[in-house]
Design a protein around this ligand. Structure first.
Ligand code: HEM
Length: 442
């Protein structure tokens, strides 16, 4: 505490260019409202490495693909995840795979990795089709659709079937809403340091507690159901229960609870955000929508084009718009000295719009993902890169492609909302306005 006060009294030690303190103070409201515009403007003004004038911790933003690679891949050992972003998330997920570091992370990854084996992922197609088909059947009766709510429901049902062999369709809408509320509460707490103690009954804390209770109840119900129906399973739930010796009559071990919540949270909101943006882009670019509908007549072609649409949506609107790390030793990034304990903010949003890699970066052009090129290999990181890369990447890409293609094959979507939508950069990047459509069978 005293050292923090002293650091503030001394002021920041600047090792890279960036906005001055007065500019930052003047921009606080704008940063909260739209951090992405602020990040992009800071890099446009100061270059690929920007230091913000805060003394504790020294904070740097990175908008250069090669520097991101140094932090996440080449010198990954010199960085960990002890950042405000991940500490905030751990209120929800505990020490699950997403937030853990070191040996705890390594052991957790080893436990669940077999559930993401390539062959198992390719078998998930049936589960995706089942969730999408049941949504399409629902829309026949109720064709005015809120795209984000529906994509959340589909994605959660897929997590339920593929990772836990459980039918979550009855509780999917409530559980998705609880997850969203919890994630928003995590961000709200991070923006208001005085809300740090969970005991203070602020609206954000109350929402967070209620959402935590809903997630814990979902965990208990998954485990109770499995213990009562001891059929041989090879899914992620089985791997976790074996690794931690889960038994009837005993409390659910904390690592099992943390991992299940991690996968519910990380495994559906991100995919749903990607799918929602993909629909927004398709509905506002009829030529690409038409191409998808034509391709979708054939399963293989439809899936190939739909995957390109999904990947392009993840480029323009990366659900994980921030990836943060803490330096655990001094480093040099692009000629700038980085002290130990610094916060490094990597923004896929800014990197994905770098015109050196992406010609006409603002344009929605799925065709760029139909060919292999360097940009895709070197300046595309919606799933992160390196050892902490998303474990669900392959599953998410399959889900995105199969879901978009199937919906386009079966249904005709006509937009009913405004063409322009803003964005909310919360834990994930979401549209600020409801994206709505009228859905009819083709
Ligand atoms: C479009 C969908 C998705 C996006 C954009 C996404 C994005 C990411 C990103 C950027 C990271 C790395 C964070 C970092 O390095 O700090 C990550 C990690 C992770 N993701 Fe995803 N993800 C998606 C889907 C999924 C799915 C479907 C699952 C699970 C079923 C999942 C589970 C995880 C987990 C557990 C980690 C932590 C991995 C580790 O550190 O070992 N994600 N994700």
């Amino acid at each position: 505490m005293l050292s923090t006060v002293r650091a503030y009294a001394r002021g920041p030690v600047l090792t890279a260019p960036g906005p001055r303190s007065v500019e930052m103070i003047r921009s606080i409201g704008a940063i909260r409202r739209d951090p992405l515009t602020f990040l992009a403007a800071s890099h446009a003004a100061h270059g690929p490495i920007v230091q913000f004038p805060v003394p504790v911790p020294p904070a740097y933003s990175v908008a250069d693909a090669a520097v991101a690679r140094r932090v996440l891949v080449e010198n990954a050992r010199g960085y960990d995840k002890q950042t405000m972003q991940y500490r905030g998330l751990s209120v929800l997920t505990g020490e699950g795979l997403l937030t853990a570091d070191g040996d705890v992370w390594r052991a957790a990854r080893r436990t669940v990795q077999p559930a993401f084996h390539h062959e198992l992922v390719s078998q998930m197609r049936g589960a995706v089709l089942a969730a999408v088909d049941s949504a399409c059947d629902r829309w026949l009766a109720d064709p005015a659709v809120d795209i984000e709510a529906e994509m959340m429901r589909i994605a959660l049902e897929i997590v339920g079937t593929t990772l836990f062999s459980a039918d979550l369709s009855a509780e999917a809408a409530d559980l998705s809403a609880a997850t969203m509320r919890a994630l928003d509460a995590v961000v709200s707490r991070a923006q208001r340091p005085w809300a740090a103690s969970m005991r203070i009954p602020t609206p954000a804390n109350r929402a967070l507690r209620a959402s935590l209770a809903a997630l814990d109840a979902a965990v208990d119900s998954l485990i109770t159901h499995r213990l009562r129906n001891p059929v041989q399973h090879t899914d992620m739930l089985a791997l976790l229960m074996q690794a931690h010796d889960v038994r009837a009559g005993h409390a659910v071990p904390r690592p099992v609870r943390d991992e299940i919540v991690t996968f519910i949270v990380a495994g559906h909101e991100t995919v749903a955000s990607g799918l929602t943006w993909a629909w927004h882009l398709l509905l506002s670019h009829p030529e690409h929508h038409l191409r998808l509908r034509e391709a979708a007549v054939d399963d293989v072609q439809g899936q190939a084009y739909a995957r390109a649409v999904f990947e392009e949506a993840l480029r323009l609107y990366p659900p994980a718009w921030l990836i943060t790390r803490r330096s655990t030793e001094p480093d040099t990034l692009s000629g700038h000295s980085i002290p130990c304990g610094a916060l490094i903010i990597i923004s896929p949003w800014v990197i994905h719009r770098d015109p050196r890699w992406w010609p006409e970066p603002e344009a929605f052009n799925p065709e760029r993902f139909l060919r292999e090129d360097d940009a895709r290999r070197l300046a595309y990181l919606p799933f992160g890169i390196g050892q902490r890369m998303c474990i669900g990447r392959e599953m998410a890409l399959l889900e995105g492609a199969v879901a978009l293609a199937r919906i386009a094959q079966r249904m005709e979507l006509t937009p009913t909302g405004p063409g322009e939508v803003g964005r909310i950069a919360s834990v994930t990047l979401r549209p600020a306005t409801h994206i709505t459509a009228l859905v009819r069978p083709r």
